[in-house]
Design a protein. Structure first.
Length: 202
């Protein structure tokens, strides 16, 4: 099935810095308790999904928003230690979210989601760029939307020339760069995926 419009953003997150972002293991946070430097600093969500904090101990973080964690820390400090504490929590590393870059790139692999909105060209650069045998005209982004795997095809050559928009890439996406001129089941599959500004449900 083919639907009009650009490849939609995942439902869980309009952008990595959005309020809806759900924390995960290994994400890093900067926590500031106003005028209490001993309780402030850099913290990392543990592999068990929790934060270990001074005075208040363990706080569950995985699967929760920054606002949720901030409210719990504030409430626990107010209950026993501080009067009207002012707490700020900011994500400094989106390490639980990964983007996979595969195919004809110099360094295929999985990369942490960048802080802020990162684009297709930026992730290709993180993967070392595309060698000469790569096909820049048929790069595909795969994404899960409402439980369905979606795909859209982009012309990186046009994006580099400013002739097409550079799409935002989200945690969980997979970018595949094909090899130019190689006939295979993969190229037949590519031909069935609409070009940029369309999304196909697979």
């Amino acid at each position: 099935m083919v639907s009009n419009g650009q490849l939609p953003a995942p439902n869980y997150n309009a952008a990595p810095t959005a309020a809806q972002y759900r924390l995960g293991p290994l994400d890093t946070l900067n926590i500031v308790v106003f005028q209490v430097p001993d309780l402030s600093g850099a913290f990392q969500v543990g592999s068990d999904g929790s934060l270990a904090l001074p005075l208040i101990g363990s706080v569950r973080a995985a699967g929760r928003t920054v606002q949720d964690v901030q409210k719990e820390i504030t409430a626990k400090l107010a209950a026993s230690y501080l009067q009207q504490p002012q707490v700020t929590v900011q994500v400094t590393g989106f390490n639980s979210q990964k983007v996979t870059v595969d195919g004809s790139v110099a360094k295929p692999g999985s990369f942490p989601v960048a802080s802020g909105s990162a684009t297709l060209l930026e992730y290709i650069a993180l993967a070392g760029g595309m060698p000469r045998q790569a096909d820049p005209n048929n790069v595909v982004i795969f994404r899960q939307i409402d439980g369905k795997r979606m795909a859209a095809r982009f012309n990186v050559a046009q994006i580099r020339k400013g002739q097409a928009a550079d799409p935002v890439v989200y945690g969980g996406d997979t970018i595949v760069v094909p090899v130019s001129g190689v006939r295979s089941a993969w190229t037949d599959f590519l031909s069935a995926i609409p070009a940029a500004s369309f999304a196909a449900a697979l």
